[in-house]
Design a protein around this ligand. Structure first.
Ligand SMILES: Nc1ncnc2c1ncn2[C@@H]1O[C@H](COP(=O)(O)OP(=O)(O)OP(=O)(O)O)[C@@H](O)[C@H]1O
Ligand SMILES: [Mg+2]
Length: 342
């Protein structure tokens, strides 16, 4: 896949602080690239260089073949930039706000009206068209700001912490919106200091700390290389005991544990005698609880994982859920970063 963004040895120094330290970044066209790092890591600095707002001390950056310092005009056409703070625009209605930015990007008036209605619909603000920007909620402002970055129909969107301060619903909506934009052919670079915030929506991630890129690549590959040891959650409707036995015999499986639901079985339950051990309790469980969750510690790749699931189903175990745990990415973040700040 061709890279739409590429940096070579990109370095930025602010007097004594090295904000970026020989950063080599490549973002494939069509990706949703999560740029993740703790506070002060250099995310905003990188993004401001990529949008031609800031000059690097050393090194180069290209967007779709244009070097950012040599060709800032081309960069502004190619890139939609959403900064991490939203400027104050008193006495401007939502549509005027978009119209203003589209006009400043040179979108002809005849096209602007239709375009701004489409943009407002895309970010789900059509009903706020005539409301004042200052009266919108934070989530709505973020969405309006996102619409603004698309006012000139750029190929690449660079979004600095667009999810910060949003409630869970607004976050999910943002995620869906970004997926839609990707389907429209946009490449998206999005920063955050929370890995799980980006985990589900990104195709690629890069983790930056103290101005250095620690890892970068496809989410699934990074997971596989950094986390050969993973936790799989299996839920079965019945036969939990047999499932545990089968799982213990699978190559690569290090440990199999029954999860809380099972341990939370009330002692006074008439189906369970006081003196039965946990194995014989298992056999009565499916009558009590609908699903039994089993957690499997496992070292292996996706092929081994699929073989594991096949073994369970071939033995007739009624599996209703089989998935890697989401916390994997948070673990990676802790594993990769060392808490270096400057
Ligand atoms: N204008 C500036 N003058 C001096 N130092 C700066 C300036 N801008 C950024 N820095 C320093 O550069 C480093 C990287 O800052 P940057 O804003 O790029 O980090 P960030 O990853 O975006 O952090 P955050 O998650 O807090 O937004 C920090 O140490 C910061 O203090
Ligand atoms: Mg920042």
């Amino acid at each position: 896949m061709a890279s739409i963004v590429e940096t070579r040895e990109l370095t930025k120094r602010y007097s004594s602080v090295t904000a970026l330290d020989h950063l080599n970044l490549a973002i494939p066209e069509g990706a949703i690239y999560g740029f993740i790092g703790p506070n002060g890591a250099g995310k905003t600095t990188t993004m401001r260089i990529l949008t031609a707002l800031l000059k690097p001390t050393y090194g180069e950056a290209w967007i779709a073949g244009h070097e950012v310092t040599r060709d800032p005009k081309a960069i502004r056409k190619l890139v939609g930039w959403m900064p991490d703070n939203f400027g104050v625009y008193d006495n401007m209605k939502a549509w005027e706000y978009l119209d203003f930015f589209a006009a400043s990007y040179g979108v002809p008036e005849a096209r602007r009206k239709q375009q701004l209605d489409e943009l407002l619909a895309l970010v789900d603000l059509a009903n706020k068209r005539d409301e004042y920007v200052m009266g919108l909620s934070r989530g709505m402002k973020q969405r309006l700001s996102l619409a603004r970055t698309m006012a000139h129909d750029p190929q690449l969107l660079i979004l600095d912490e667009p999810a910060s301060g949003l409630d869970p619903r607004a976050r999910i909506e943002l995620r869906e919106l970004l997926k839609e934009l990707r389907a429209l052919g946009k490449t998206i670079m999005i920063s955050s200091h929370i890995l799980t915030e980006l985990a589900e929506m990104c195709t690629h991630i890069g983790i930056i700390e103290a101005g250095r890129l620690l890892v970068t690549g496809e989410v699934s590959q990074i997971l596989a290389s950094l986390q050969p040891h993973r936790t799989i959650e299996v839920q079965v409707l019945a036969d939990a005991e047999r499932a545990v036995e089968l799982l213990r015999a699978v190559p690569g499986v290090r440990d199999v544990r029954l999860q809380d639901a099972l341990q939370a079985l009330p002692q006074e339950n008439p189906l369970v005698a006081e003196d039965v051990d946990s194995t014989s309790r298992l056999s009565v469980l499916p009558n009590v609880l609908e699903r039994v969750a089993i957690s499997v510690d496992f070292v292996g790749d996706d092929r081994d994982l699929s073989a594991m699931l096949q073994q369970l189903t071939a033995a007739g175990v009624p599996v209703v859920h089989f998935a890697g745990q989401v916390s994997d990415l948070e673990d990676i973040f802790m594993q990769v970063t060392r808490g270096v700040t400057q």
